[in-house]
Design a protein around this ligand. Structure first.
Ligand SMILES: [Ca+2]
Length: 352
């Protein structure tokens, strides 16, 4: 929508009307929602995170100015990273990204002792035919920048990224209506507008694999074993475990089967922090099911000394006595004849 140049000149005149007659305008219904987003919410020292500033408004802004502050004990700015998004640039106008703004970006609540800031601004371009203001009721990602987590942060320290709500100069005037004829009650001063700021917090954590509550999974941290996963689980363990930070990578024992011997690793930024081995009690061949193939393997182990991995030995030891022998074969046979059950959390037969 275009705001005519004539309207602009009226807008300037309105400034004077305000000062002379103290016209009271209602800002009811108009609000700016500014959301700070980060690409991750957990980090380790040295990580680089991406910050996005999303602005949603339901009025016509001809300019906007947002100081974005970050905890300086936790973060440092990646120089040269502050920029307007392609989406914002596509609106026209001019975006400014100041990486070293003056002290006016700091406020009573957010001082330069604890925070460092960047200042992002946008002004609509005026031309002979008009002006295109910013109005994005659903929000638009306007600015991005990168922050590096300082090397000396400790686990459970956190850093915040905020817009200071007590900053006094987000912009001067906004318009509630673009339709002509223009009138003073279509103009709202910045200080009467409702601002909702959603800030972001990032926490420094220990990289580790963690159990999903009530999933039945059991993580043996000492022996790096994962137990308690249901038979026949395929593809991934997303409903059982998650990473405190980074990614979980799985190397299945067999094709896409989450069977005994599958390796479950936590990696973050190219570093592997820990690797667990999955054990499905009774599943000796690693296909995620318990059947006569497994019984046969235990038989071969007993009779011919077929070699078992550590995980296979634990999976085969259904009596839980630390050995793989004829008793386990009998127990597995009983299970296959529906005479008992296997408790995957403990890895032994029950109701036997
Ligand atoms: Ca099996």
């Amino acid at each position: 929508m275009k705001l005519s140049v004539r309207l602009l000149s009226v807008l300037l005149a309105v400034t004077m009307i305000f000062s002379i007659f103290s016209v009271v305008v209602s800002a009811e219904g108009e609000a700016a929602n500014v959301t700070i987003k980060t690409d991750v919410d957990t980090v380790v020292a040295g990580d680089i995170i991406e910050v996005t500033v999303n602005v949603a408004n339901n009025y016509y802004a001809t300019s906007m100015r947002w100081p974005v502050l970050f905890s300086n004990a936790f973060f440092e700015l990646v120089e040269g990273s502050v920029k307007a998004t392609d989406e914002l640039n596509a609106l026209g106008g001019s975006a400014k990204c100041n990486e070293a703004p003056d002290n006016t970006v700091y406020t009573t609540t957010y001082s330069s002792t604890d925070y460092t800031g960047v200042l992002v601004q946008w002004t609509a371009a005026a031309s002979a035919t008009g002006i295109t203001p910013y109005r994005q009721a659903d929000g638009m990602e306007c600015f991005t920048f990168s922050l590096r987590v300082k090397e000396d942060v400790n686990v459970s320290d956190s850093g915040s990224i905020v817009i200071p709500e007590d900053y006094p100069r987000f912009y001067n005037y906004i318009l509630t209506d673009m339709e002509e004829p223009f009138s003073p009650d279509k103009v709202v001063k910045c200080e009467t507008l409702v601002h909702n700021f959603e800030n972001a917090t990032v926490e420094c954590v220990t990289p580790e694999i963690l159990p999903i509550e009530d999933s039945g999974v059991v993580l043996d941290k000492e022996n790096k074993l994962i137990k308690g996963v249901a038979l026949g689980t395929l593809d991934n363990l997303d409903s059982y475990v998650y990473a405190s930070v980074g990614e979980i990578a799985i190397s299945p024992a067999k094709e896409n089967r989450m069977g005994t011997g599958s390796k479950v690793s936590l990696t973050h930024n190219g570093v592997t922090y820990e690797t667990y081995t999955l054990v499905i009690a009774g599943d000796v061949n690693g296909d995620a099911y318990v059947d006569y193939m497994d019984l046969m393997l235990i038989d071969w182990y007993e009779a011919y000394g077929v070699s078992f991995s550590g995980a296979q030995k634990i999976a085969a030891d259904l009596t839980g006595d630390g050995k793989v022998n004829a008793n386990d074969k009998i127990a597995l046979d009983a299970y296959l004849n529906f005479e008992c059950e296997i408790d995957q959390a403990t890895g032994t037969v029950v109701n036997y």
